[in-house]
Design a protein around this ligand. Sequence first.
Ligand code: GDP
Length: 444
Amino acid sequence: MAFESLSDRLQATMKKIRGRGKVSENDVKQMTREIRLALLEADVNFKVVKSFVKSVQERAIGQDVMKSLTPGQQIIKVVQEELTELMGGEQTKLNLALKPPTVLLFVGLQGAGKTTSAAKLANYIRKTHNKKPLMIAADIYRPAAIKQLQTLGGQLNIPVFSLGDQVSPVEIVRQGMEQARADHHDLILIDTAGRLHIDEGLMEELDQIKAVSHPDEIFLVVDAMTGQDAVNVATSFNERLDLTGVIMTKLDGDTRGGAALSIRSVTGTPIKFVGMGEKMDALEPFHPDRMASRILGMGDVLSLIEKAQATIDEEKAQDMQQKLLSASFTLDDFLDQIGQIRNMGPLEDLLAMMPGANKFKGMKNMQVDEKKIGQIEAIIRSMTSQEKNDPDIINAGRKKRIALGSGTSVADVNRLLKQFKDMKKMMKQFMGKTKGKKRNPFNL
Ligand code: GDP
């Protein structure tokens, strides 16, 4: 989980101070000492840590906080605000060209996630801004980079412009831009070559690509797991190319968070998107305030709602609600609903966005839940449509057959049937209670 170890430590520190009705200067000093250690251990740049701790301390010892009725909570608010500020304050939005096409240039070291991020972002902007993207494959050095972009483009149904790996990247970009204009693409994404290390040849080439493509955004793609190296890379690229934003990838595997917390402060370049997994929908706009809340265990309910809105089909949800109300909800509908929730991503990621998420962590039953959901799906799929519509007909013989077909046991089938029955009963009771009042339980 992103920021897990940092999050654990900061939350343990905050817990000590949360409910306090009185806080002394010494308490604040003790707390900031712990925060300092937690941040250093998370590989946050030491200068950044120093100034962060100083700001928190000054504000926490300030009159308004110490004299307030809830100093503990006020201090946590200070830490949350300062963390937000550290990561850039306000969300920095995508810069779309006033006059299309919008051109996005992706730069960075090899393996940082440029190709993947270009495809993810093309997909994201197409969805959110209704754009017609073209991706240009200008990474001619990494073996298979062109093929990789073509494969991703194929999966997403987004065209890829390529001239193979024998033409210079600058020429590829030049011709790709012409092609995009001719085909009326209003969004162009250029995947450039990385190197293992920063070198003059690479920078020179990127400079030339910048000159021919006039990008609206120059995104540096960095791997969060590389910690302070990512910050150093960002500093070098920024000096040469004037970056407009950072896409930080692999945050899903970064338990420390050092790069994410330092990069804005050190380079002045904001993080605009974060990669949270290998799948094509695992890219999120970066909101400093929401990330700060997530780190402090206050949850990120807004992102969760946005995720739900993006993946759950509104019409289907309405339809489902109607079915629940009229008690005609079948096992097929149940299956459908499970599928929709699964589309939102792994259960563990969803839970991470809930307030107090660290409480769920490590709970054994949470980890097996994914497996259990798979089991439920298999059981329902092994039923005939008659059985799904009228589970009462499922007798001992049928249960045996379903268990065999789904690779589960009769006890598993029984459990599912009971859960489904209980759910329907609950709905009925609920409807009984609301009878004569509002008929729509979701608007209560
Ligand atoms: P490039 O050399 O910069 O183009 O890097 P690639 O796009 O080929 O990415 C390198 C590897 O990192 C691939 O295996 C990607 O699937 C993986 N990757 C990219 N972004 C993420 C991310 O946000 N999370 C995870 N877990 N893996 C990622």
